[in-house]
Design a protein around this ligand. Sequence first.
Ligand code: KG4
Ligand code: ZN
Length: 315
Amino acid sequence: ILGQETSCDETAAAVYDGSVGLLAHEVYSQVDLHAAYGGVVPELASRDHLRKLLPLLRKVLDAAGDSGTIEGVAYTSGPGLVGALVVGASVARSLAYAWRVPCLGVHHMEGHLLAPLLEPEPPEFPFVALLVSGGHTLLARVEGVGRYEVLGSSLDDAAGEAFDKTAKMMGLPYPGGPALARLADFGDASAFDLPRPLMYSGSLDFSFSGLKTAVMTQLRKVGSNVCEQDRANLAASTQQAIVDVLVHKSVAALKACDLSRLVVAGGVGANQRLRERLDDACATLGARVHYPELVLCTDNGAMIALAAAMRLQRG
Ligand code: KG4
Ligand code: ZN
């Protein structure tokens, strides 16, 4: 299966074989293109997908060997930036039409959710999934492919958005999540007292927008004489607040479902602090955590190809 992902600022493609595994995958990041604007500019994103997608497809098809054996084409059908999605959909549908093979639109979050199944020791169904990306934060009970029950989700900002927006307020470069995580390594996570929204609400929903306000208030308090150590402390405290909530709710979801497998996916799943804390919490619980490898945590074509392959396999 040829898989494409063009929902936001990564042009990605992969070839996946149901019996062999991942044959080739490539990710081209538009980070440099958007950096000057401090965030993704939708029109620039779609135009760049248009430039990069066909050469990238050529590259993965060459790497995978015989493109004449492609049995299906899959693309991210949403959610995402409309222009960017249209580029991917048009290319995928055209190729599938020309090759006379099925064409499948895959939900972006289903791709993220199944990505850990690309690992050498994939989790067995059922499991609890924590999906944490720039646009979504949710916990789901996963019984099998296409059988997902959302247990809770963010009522406002996603976890990645909380990372990105607080990073921007602190003057960190785009993309903010990894930049804030790097700065946090030099900080004291207990230096600033930040809220853990909805942590003890009893539900599995999240809320991160209040955290932005709290960080802004702290920044105002320290004022213009903010030193580098203050900034590192604030980054560490922000990361800790987000991680505390994600870990607490993931453990609560595992207990509520009486399951011992947690799958973590989406860009924020690349956060090392989150991984350490989830590993510790789940070890205490006797549960196991499954992550995709780092490059498959953020947006990629492999997860889209895999989701489509599993759907095709099930008819
Ligand atoms: O899944 P993804 O690549 O794209 C979306 O579907 O949104 O996730 C991107 C998000 C961004 O908010 C980015 O800042 C965040 O994942 N992210 C991180 C890290 N790496 C990526 N957040 C915290 N720590 C990281 N190491
Ligand atoms: Zn994503």
